[in-house]
Design a protein around this ligand. Structure first.
Ligand SMILES: [Zn+2]
Length: 147
């Protein structure tokens, strides 16, 4: 069970403050940002070299992912380090340091998206689903590849 002072929880709360509410897709974005920075091993000096392209359906709740990414990576639409592209089919986010060897593709497992849609339709709350996504193993949530 996640504790209130856990790093992940603090990052989720920070994203919630930016976004205005808590939900599972916001948490997916937060977890993507954390994962990308870990795998690309971005240190303080390098994090300003990170660029992100997010391909996803540009409607809520899917687009909530964008704010999770913005809150955790400081790559935003405003600073031009985040590009958002509409995709009806799937959710894939590309993270790239300005160095061709350091690129990462993170794909959200479509089964998880279907499961979340089902849970919404049976009345599960945003908050409830958010914390479920927060506790899910990364390997279940994402397929991770080189670009
Ligand atoms: Zn949202």
């Amino acid at each position: 069970m996640l504790k209130e002072n856990d790093t992940l929880v603090l990052k989720i709360r920070n994203a919630e403050k930016l976004h205005g509410h808590l939900g599972p897709f916001l948490v997916i974005g937060v977890r993507m940002g954390i994962l990308a920075k870990r795998i690309l091993n971005t240190n303080v000096g390098e994090s300003n070299k990170l660029r992100v392209t997010a391909r996803l359906p540009l409607l809520t709740p899917f687009s909530c992912i964008i704010d999770g990414i913005q809150a955790t990576t400081q790559c935003t639409v405003g600073n031009q380090k985040l590009r958002v592209e509409d995709s009806q089919a799937q959710i894939t986010v590309y993270f790239k340091l300005q160095n061709p060897d350091k690129a990462l593709k993170v794909h959200v497992n479509p089964k998880i998206i279907d499961e979340l849609k089902n849970r919404y339709s049976t009345g599960a709350s945003n908050e409830e689903l958010a914390w479920e996504v927060a506790s899910m193993p990364e390997s279940l949530l994402f397929t991770i590849g080189k670009q």
